[in-house]
Write a protein that binds this ligand. Sequence first.
Ligand code: CDP
Length: 244
Amino acid sequence: MSKPEKLIIDGKRLDGRGAQDLRPIKFKAGVLKRADGSCYLEFGGNKVIAAVYGPREVHPRHLQDASRAIVRYRYNMAPFSVEERKRPGPDRRSIEISKVSRESLECVILQEMYPRSAIDIFVEILQADAGTRVAGINAASVALADAGIPMKCLVSACAVGKVDDTLVLDLNKDEDNYGQADLPIAMTPSGDITLCQMDGHLTEDEFRTALEMAMEGCRYIHQLQKQALIEKYGQMVSPPAQEA
Ligand code: CDP
């Protein structure tokens, strides 16, 4: 699509949202039988699946850490996930996203509980529509909890950006392509920031406001993540107590 003349008309974005609105979000925990934990997420037009394996033996063994579990994160875009076919396999962008996403989650995982083991997180982008790294982190966080990995808390993530000189929550594809700034943020429910990147320029005041908007978005996403886990586990019946 060519650059639209304006991205905000009469206070509304081209997809009809106000500046502070997120796109529709739908989480489903535990969608993969063979993973220890998993989550499917629709975040606007993004369709993402996260699978977690572990804690499990580390291969190759020289990667083992005697004091803690290592965390590995692979972000991968399917060739059919974007308009122009993506060449399969890792590239600079996916390696960078894998690294920062791993770091955004590693800090809440209680790695010391599982020395010499690995926790592997796979994030597959089936359909991309801007904000795939934050969508991946949101799905991975639920998948980790679904796998029973001990964590201090969930991590929630969303992007804030600037388009037509206005700060907007959760950029869509056109806003990402033609906007002035893009600021993906991940945080814990208590507001500790675990990922903060920025493309473009914001003033200091804009940055502060953007952080507040992201915090608001993350709070809402955190509620949805919890709901997805309650939907799966809230109705589980505990096995009857064994007689002595
Ligand atoms: O997805 P995210 O916003 O985290 O990362 P980005 O590098 O800012 O990419 C923004 C968007 O560009 C992606 O969500 C895709 O929709 C699109 N993209 C694409 O069409 N082809 C690629 N090879 C990479 C990204």
